[in-house]
Design a protein around this ligand. Structure first.
Ligand SMILES: *Cc1c(COP(=O)(O)O)cnc(C)c1O
Length: 400
């Protein structure tokens, strides 16, 4: 009952695929040795640079998901035995750390927990101790947005701490959840390697991922003795033939979908895309503030400055996270995200608001949740929808 009609996926990736992207992908494979595909593909790279605010970093496209991008970043910059510092604020930092370890790096994790973000003085301490040890970390890895906790870590302060102590390591940042949602400035923030994927803020189905290599990372590649052929950025930077860009057959349909998605982002304007995500996130937070005034439902992050604009992690009370997710899917056609990295997971859930989402989508999701809380007799404060609409109305007024 009530779920028929267009369903809405409010999980933090894969995100909603726009009709424009679906239409662009809906084609039989084209020639890959000549013709329109080649010029279209060439046009993608400058826009990928604009998206990450970099003038010079090399974006490499890998067929694969975010885990593939993680691997591509590590394979080109770290040799076996290289030491790496991981600044972790949730599941995804730990995931990248585990992968680096599996690939032979010697990994040190500083875990800042699930609610406070990267602590700069602890980071500085770790870097200073490292410099004194004589074999400095080859890289510092961090998540910009950790999708599990919905924490958005400021990147520039980490770069500034590295510079202040004179640390020579590469700064490698996971922007899989944040690119195209939360402001990210690769050049201005001094990021050496950035990883992203198609299926989150970029609105394209899962299947392609991106690793951006800055000048320092390209130089670091020269010092890595063994780079598996598929991951090697060198033939992709200067391919003798078109297929070299992809280490083989290009992902034809995905490239057309990506072109369409980039066109949408560029037409809206990246600043406007970020502002839309910020406003929608604030509407979601306002609803949670209202709910939390009268019951257990509450945001995991009390400090708004730590919250991502792409995803929101929340507590719902014992078993209520799973119950609410089940109810809204069954009765409203909305799918909410499962919790990651929290115990017990059933008490929590996540709301994705990344990519192709507008105010009416967010109002729908919040309305579905509000109905679910009532139907399930989960105590909650009233006025969540009114609080959310006020945020959007005020932001729209300001922008007009
Ligand atoms: C989704 C996500 C990943 C993993 O991406 P997959 O495509 O599932 O491999 C890694 N890091 C972050 C921050 C993510 O949001």
């Amino acid at each position: 009952m009530f779920a028929n009609g267009r369903t809405h996926l409010a999980i933090p990736g894969p995100s909603v695929t726009p009709d424009e992207v679906l239409r662009a992908m809906h084609r039989t494979s084209t020639d890959i040795y000549g013709g329109a595909l080649l010029d279209m593909t060439v046009s993608i790279y400058p826009d990928l640079q604009k998206l990450a605010r970099t003038a010079s970093a090399l974006p490499v496209i890998y067929l694969g998901n975010g885990h593939a991008a993680w691997e591509g970043a590590i394979a080109n910059t770290l040799a076996r035995g290289d030491r790496v510092l991981v600044l972790a604020t949730g599941n995804f930092g730990i995931g990248w750390a585990n992968q680096a370890r599996a690939m032979g790096a010697e990994v040190v994790v500083v875990d800042f927990g699930l609610t406070t973000g990267i602590d700069l003085s602890r980071t500085e301490e770790a870097l200073r101790a490292d410099l004194a040890s004589g074999t400095p970390y080859k890289a510092v890895l961090m998540s910009h947005v950790d999708t599990a906790t919905s924490l958005c870590n400021p990147v520039l302060p980490v770069r500034q701490v590295m510079d202040a102590v004179g640390h020579p390591g590469l700064l490698m940042v996971d922007c899989i959840a944040s690119l195209g949602c939360d402001r990210f400035e690769m050049d201005a923030w001094g990021v050496d390697v950035m990883v992203a994927t198609s299926q989150k803020g970029l609105m394209v189905p899962p299947g392609i991922s991106f690793v951006y290599f800055g000048a320092k990372a390209l130089a670091a590649r020269e010092g890595v003795g063994f780079v598996p052929a598929y991951w090697d950025l060198k033939p992709r930077a200067n391919p003798p033939a078109f297929y070299g860009l992809f280490g083989g057959t290009p992902p034809v349909q995905h490239l057309y979908g990506l072109r369409a998605a980039l066109d949408m982002i560029m037409a809206e304007g990246l600043e406007n895309v970020w502002a839309r995500h910020a406003g929608l996130a604030q509407a979601v937070w306002a609803a949670f503030d209202a709910w939390s005034a009268g019951g257990p439902v509450s945001l995991c992050l009390s400090d708004p400055s730590l919250r991502s604009h792409a995803v929101t992690a929340a507590y719902a009370g014992p078993g209520n996270g799973d119950a609410l997710r089940g109810w809204v899917t069954k009765f409203t056609g909305v799918t909410l995200g499962v919790s990651l990295g929290r115990d017990p997971a059933a008490d929590y859930f996540r709301v994705g608001h990344m990519g192709h989402v507008n105010a009416h989508d967010v109002f729908g999701v919040l309305g579905a949740m509000d109905a679910g809380l009532k139907a399930l007799d989960i105590p909650h404060g009233e006025g969540a929808l009114a609080a959310a609409t006020k945020v959007i109305a005020a932001a729209a007024k300001k922008a007009a």
